[in-house]
Design a binder for this molecule. Structure first.
Ligand code: MG
Length: 250
């Protein structure tokens, strides 16, 4: 069942989503070579708690940190570590959210660490482009797979792969609500989109093969060929008109 949020619920979600968006915005100026993925996690957690909110990811399915931090060939669900040191040329994905008054938020970005290769830049840009192509269909009158199809078409046209095993989702009182929103597939299928739904739309894309593996920590998804991956995600409110991207803060 897809929850339709009331205006007061949407207001709560806007508030915590805005904090998530501010943190992701500011990480662009914070991340640099020599820091650990645990440093990034600590920064994110401190910022969430400073707003008297709680980290949506901490303890979710027993995840041990406030942000999933995934480097290079890691796609999603990387566990922050003190000994995972970022170096020039890496790309790092940070997926996080703040919870307030029982409502969660969910967003992700991939950042360059210092100067990165042209293909890394192209990969990160394609993930973002896939998201913005998709939200053209995040409107009443379309179906969920119209979003999926738009991501696939856009990202594959850039020459990159689309991860199949992981999907976007509804978001609200819990992190993963209906519907599931794959990033590939035929258009015109699945539930009809309606005003008041809130979706986390999140292309996860790969430089090479879209096949994935899970590391021995049972959390971290990596590309099967160990080439790079990028992730771009926002929580989005469906309105009568243009969708409202509540975790995107300029
Ligand atoms: Mg998500």
């Amino acid at each position: 069942m897809i929850n339709i949020k009331s205006e007061w619920e949407l207001d709560i979600m806007r508030t915590c989503a805005h904090v998530t968006g501010e943190i992701l915005r500011d990480l662009a100026g914070y991340i640099e070579p020599g820091m650990s993925t645990l440093d990034i996690n600590q920064y994110v957690e401190n910022r969430i708690r400073k707003e008297k909110m709680t980290p949506s990811f901490l303890g979710l399915y027993d995840f041990p940190a406030s942000a999933c931090i995934s480097v290079n060939e890691e796609i999603v669900h990387g566990i922050p570590k003190a000994d995972r040191i970022l170096k020039e040329g890496d790309i790092v994905s940070v997926d996080t959210g703040a919870t307030w008054k029982g409502y969660v938020s969910d967003a992700a970005r991939t950042y360059p660490v210092g100067e990165v290769s042209q293909v890394a830049k192209d990969l990160m840009a394609a993930a973002e482009k896939g998201f913005f192509a998709a939200i053209e269909f995040a409107k009443p009158g379309y179906r969920v797979s119209d979003i999926s199809h738009a991501v696939q078409e856009t990202v594959e046209a850039e020459g990159f792969g689309i991860v199949r095993e992981l999907v976007g989702h509804g978001v609200g009182r819990v992190m993963h609500e209906d519907p599931q929103i794959p990033n590939y597939g035929r258009a015109g299928r699945g539930p009809r989109i309606a005003k008041g739904m809130v979706f986390a739309i999140e292309p996860m894309i790969t430089e090479g093969t879209y096949e994935v593996e899970v590391l021995d920590d049972e959390w971290t998804y990596v590309t099967a060929d160990r080439k790079m991956a990028a992730h771009y995600e926002n929580s989005v409110i469906i309105t009568d008109g243009e969708p409202e991207i509540i975790t995107l803060v300029k």
